[in-house]
Structures are given as structure tokens and as C-alpha cells.
Design a protein around this ligand. Structure first.
Ligand SMILES: Cc1ncc(COP(=O)(O)O)c(C=O)c1O
Length: 422
């Protein structure tokens, strides 16, 4: 019998879970609005450049897989040959592991989410640095766990001394999360001594460290090894083909103690049954037929040139108004704007007056601190060097105008964005 209701409910009354209602995506909306303006040059989104994907080789691999392997489009077990490739790759991050410690995922973000679900219970807190990749913040959100926040540094990353003091007080977080190389958004890298200290603390206090190494293969000079190489018991490694091959494939991996793999399999089954059988085979076939290290070396050269272009342009066009550091790895430069700048408002201003976009820093702030509000994240991977340079020139012009407008604004002026006369 059909269910009747005298007063039909509107879908607006639909009761969503509490945690999802607390999520605020307003900075994303602002960025998309800025990007939609005609002619905007984007230094915002953190994408690899599709012109650098090895599309022809991937195409050949895809055809070969579909022709040769009936099971390529079937439900299947994780593909062992791909695990063997991952084991071989991990040596270049200083990690010696075996196939039974490799767990294939649909990218790093899923790897992080699975580890969080494996380790976290609502009453137990998580330890995070104060400015960090929003994907970990999303992953812990459903649990409503307390966040223990330690300071971070745009050069050296998480403050390991603060971690030691915190753990010394007796609190036991369910996990810590770090990005040792190519930090998103800071571009920081954790120095070698701090890595060793962090992993010593992890094993002394029994706190697992999720190491997000999404950019670890893209270190542009003096590469440091993964922290998993310092502590196979407490370092849970998250890897991905997104930045070194193509993100649309959605293939990544974890390296964890082998005894955790069956539990991770259950969690993954719950979420999406398994990694796409086809893309696992495609990536393995591509790796069989190519010199992948040569491809990674090519990407490093390309992205290092783009980083240099951004840093050179910042030196030329934003001296004295902003501070930044030269990242050793990854896709991002973090820039600190003058005190009192609201980076979200500045984004609207810069998009409207100079047609340039970036990501305001507060979206990465774990506890909404004032510091991140005046900072911005600049991406250098998506565009060739001349575009990056043009984008930074626009940014410099926008910032100088912005500072002028601020200086000239009278107390009675409304707090809205106004393009100054050019
Ligand atoms: C630090 C960090 N971790 C993880 C990811 C997610 O990567 P994937 O595409 O492998 O899920 C990103 C993507 O931008 C990232 O910046």
C-alpha cells in the first residue's frame, strides 16, 4: 500500500548527519567563482599538467590489456604484478618491503581514509599540524575526534619538539599525519634529524604515523628518504600514481605491516569492493613496457623549471610585500601576505582586477588561526613557465593595488572590494 502523508515533507527538511553539516566548503566556492571569470590565469588548483601524461604509452597499454586479458573488466583480486612494481619503486624512497605489505588503493586520498578508519575511534584524538592538507581534515571529520594541534613551519614542517612535549603529557592520539616532502600547502620538508626524532617518538609512545608521500618522488634536489624507512612498525606509508603518472587512473598504494592487510581489505570492500581491475592492469602493463624512472626524472626536470620560474618571478615582482620559501618538492609555494590581509577578500580583488587566482590559506588551517588567513597557496605544476611568470606578474600588481587601497581606505568606507582606478 502506498505510504500517504497529509503534509508532504520538503527535501529541505531532510536530516543529514551532524558531521557533514559542520563542513564548510565556502573557500572552494569562492575559488571556483574566481576561476570562472573570463581570462583568469589560475595558480590555484593543485593538478599535474595533462600535457605531461604519457598518454600514447598508456593508450598502448590499455589496448594490450583489453586484448590479452579477459579478466581486465571483471571483479578481481588485487593485481599481484602491480604490487611487485610498487615494491621495486619503494626502494627509491629508501623502503625495503614485500608484496604482502602492499595494499592497492584508488589513490592516496582513499589510502588516508582507509587508514583513518582503521585506526580512529571517536573518543581518541588525532594529532595534526596547524596548517595541513584539507584531505586529512575531511577524513577525520566523520569521527568527531578531538584534534590535538601542534605548530608547523613553512620551511621544516611539523614541530617535532611540540609533538614530544604533547606526548610527554600522557595523551595518546590514535594517529599522527605528516607530509614529510612537498607539503601541501606549505611546500615544507621535514629535516632528516626531525624525521628520526618523530619516528623515535612514534615507537616510544606507540603512536602510528600516517606518512602521506603523494609528492615524495617529486623531490627536485637532495632527495630525503621516506620516514617509513626509519620505522617499518610505526610508519604507515601512503603512495600514489596521481602525480607521477595521471590522477584520473585513481591508483595508489599503502605500505603497512602485513597483518593489517586483511582488515584494510574489509574496509575497502565496504567502500568500493576493490580497486578498478582494469586500471591496476593498465598501470602494471605500462610499467612493464617503460622506463618509469626516466619518466619520473623527466617530470622532476619539468616541475623544477616551473618552480624556478615561480620563485624568480616572485623575487622580481613581489619583493617586500610577501614572503615565501623555495620548496624542495611537490607542486606548491606558500606565500605570506602583509599582516591584516584577508586572503579570501584579496582573492576576489585579484580575480576582479588582474584576472589571477590562487587558494586562500585558511582552507588548510585546522583550528582557524589568524596566520593562515593572510597566506595563499600558489600552484606551479599546472602551467608552463611563461604562464606562471605572467600569473605572478598579475599577482604582484594586484597586491600592490590592494595595499594602496587599504592604505587609502577611510574608516567610513564600506568593507567591500573595490577596484581602484588604474
Ligand atoms: C598531500 C596530498 N595527499 C593526497 C592527495 C590525493 O591524491 P590522490 O589523487 O592520489 O588521491 C593529494 C592531492 O592533491 C595531496 O595533495
Amino acid at each position: 500500500m502506498p505510504v500517504r502523508s497529509s503534509t508532504p515533507h520538503s527535501v529541505r527538511e531532510l536530516q543529514l548527519a551532524d558531521w557533514i553539516q559542520t563542513l564548510d566548503q565556502s573557500s572552494l566556492r569562492e575559488i571556483h567563482a574566481a576561476l570562472l571569470r573570463p581570462g583568469v590565469l589560475s595558480l590555484a588548483l593543485g593538478m599535474p599538467d595533462p600535457r605531461l601524461f604519457p598518454s600514447a604509452a598508456l593508450c598502448r597499454a590499455a589496448v594490450a590489456v583489453l586484448e590479452d586479458d579477459r579478466n581486465a573488466l571483471q571483479y578481481e583480486l588485487p593485481f599481484e604484478p602491480l604490487k611487485r612494481h610498487v615494491v621495486a619503486l619503494m626502494k627509491y624512497r629508501g623502503v625495503c618491503c614485500s608484496e604482502d605489505q602492499v595494499f592497492l588503493t584508488a589513490g592516496a586520498q582513499q589510502g588516508i581514509e582507509l587508514l583513518v578508519r582503521l585506526l580512529l575511534d571517536a573518543p581518541r584524538p588525532v594529532l595534526l599540524e596547524s596548517v595541513v592538507y584539507d584531505g586529512i581534515q575531511l577524513a577525520v571529520s566523520p569521527f568527531g575526534s578531538r584534534r590535538l594541534v601542534v605548530p608547523t613551519d613553512p620551511e621544516t614542517g611539523i614541530d617535532v619538539g611540540a609533538v614530544e612535549r604533547l606526548l610527554g603529557t600522557g595523551v595518546r592520539p590514535a594517529l599522527m599525519y605528516v607530509i614529510p616532502d612537498g607539503h601541501n600547502p606549505l611546500g615544507a620538508r621535514i629535516p632528516m634529524e626531525a624525521r628520526a626524532k618523530l619516528m623515535e617518538l612514534a615507537s616510544r609512545y606507540g603512536v602510528p604515523v600516517i606518512e602521506d608521500d603523494a609528492y615524495g618522488f617529486l623531490q627536485y634536489e637532495n632527495a630525503l628518504p621516506s620516514i617509513r624507512s626509519l620505522s617499518p612498525e610505526w610508519g604507515f606509508y601512503v603512495g600514489s600514481f596521481s602525480k607521477i603518472l595521471a590522477p584520473g587512473l585513481r591508483v595508489g598504494w599503502l605500505v603497512v605491516p602485513a597483518r593489517l592487510v586483511p582488515k584494510l581489505s574489509i574496509l575497502k570492500q565496504l567502500s568500493d569492493i576493490d580497486v578498478s581491475c582494469f586500471t591496476q592492469r593498465l598501470v602494471a602493463r605500462y610499467l612493464d613496457s617503460t622506463d618509469f624512472l626516466e619518466h619520473i626524472a623527466f617530470l622532476r626536470r619539468e616541475y623544477a623549471a616551473r618552480r624556478n620560474s615561480m620563485i624568480g618571478a616572485l623575487r622580481e615582482h613581489l619583493p617586500n610585500v610577501a614572503r615565501w620559501r623555495r620548496p624542495h618538492a611537490g607542486f606548491f609555494v606558500w606565500a605570506e601576505l602583509p599582516h591584516g590581509t584577508d586572503a579570501r577578500k584579496f582573492l576576489q580583488f585579484a580575480a576582479a582586477t588582474e584576472a589571477v587566482a590562487f587558494v586562500p590559506g585558511d582552507g588548510f588551517s585546522v583550528c582557524g588561526d589568524v596566520y593562515a588567513r593572510r597566506c595563499i597557496r600558489l600552484n606551479f605544476s599546472s602551467n608552463p613557465p611563461e604562464h606562471i611568470r605572467a600569473g605572478v606578474i598579475r599577482l604582484g600588481r594586484a597586491l600592490r593595488k590592494w595595499v594602496l587601497v587599504r592604505e587609502n581606505r577611510t574608516e567610513s568606507a564600506p568593507d567591500s572590494i573595490q577596484a581602484p582606478p588604474v
